[in-house]
Design a protein around this ligand. Structure first.
Ligand code: NI
Length: 184
């Protein structure tokens, strides 16, 4: 017999650029067990706390293909959505450009051009497969988060000059934090 311990949902630290884990390709979820369910709970807790529109498991250091999104805004009723092993099966030719940010690249925003509509196949928490046609913010969030599962960050879609500049800035901060941790 295996003992299963249930822990309260937890806000987990969000990895920041240039953490190399953010560049890893996440592996598909084979079985939705207690560990995955706990991961999903923690992801929602972390995402709402941040707050962010979406979160990929890799951002809290778990390289599994799990994404949480809530694309509602303002005072609208919350709509938590979970996507397990999501894949884009089609994308519109029509594109649009909007400002994007990322919880792993805190307080940096830049315009990114992406297809305005996508069709995504994914599994829900019960292991059932669905297809969703998304547009607007949800389409953008899905593409951004699925990128994370492949080790891709939104800054990969902007100019090299801007990418190098933000990477340098974050590398400096990470070094300073490391020094502070050693000293204090
Ligand atoms: Ni992100």
């Amino acid at each position: 017999m295996r003992a299963i311990t249930y822990f309260a949902r937890m806000i987990r630290p969000i990895l920041q650029l240039p953490d190399p884990v953010l560049r890893k390709v996440s592996t598909p979820v084979q079985k939705i067990d207690a560990e995955i369910k706990k991961l999903i709970e923690d992801m929602f807790e972390t995402m709402y706390d941040a707050p962010g529109v979406g979160l990929a498991a890799v951002q809290i250091g778990v390289t599994k293909r799990v994404v949480t999104i809530d694309a509602t805004r303002g005072d609208d009723e919350k709509k938590p959505m979970v996507f397990i092993n999501p894949e884009i099966i089609s994308a519109s030719d029509e594109k649009d450009s909007k400002e994007e940010g990322c919880l792993s690249i805190a307080e940096f925003y830049e315009e990114v051009e992406r297809p305005s509509e996508v069709k995504v196949r994914y599994m829900d928490e019960k292991g059932k497969t669905h297809e969703i046609e998304a547009d607007g913010l949800l389409a953008r969030a899905l593409q951004h988060e699925i990128d994370h599962l492949n080790g891709v960050l939104f800054i990969d879609h902007i100019s090299k000059l801007k990418r190098d500049r933000v990477t340098k800035k974050f590398t400096k901060v990470a070094k300073a934090n490391k020094r502070a941790a050693i000293v204090g």
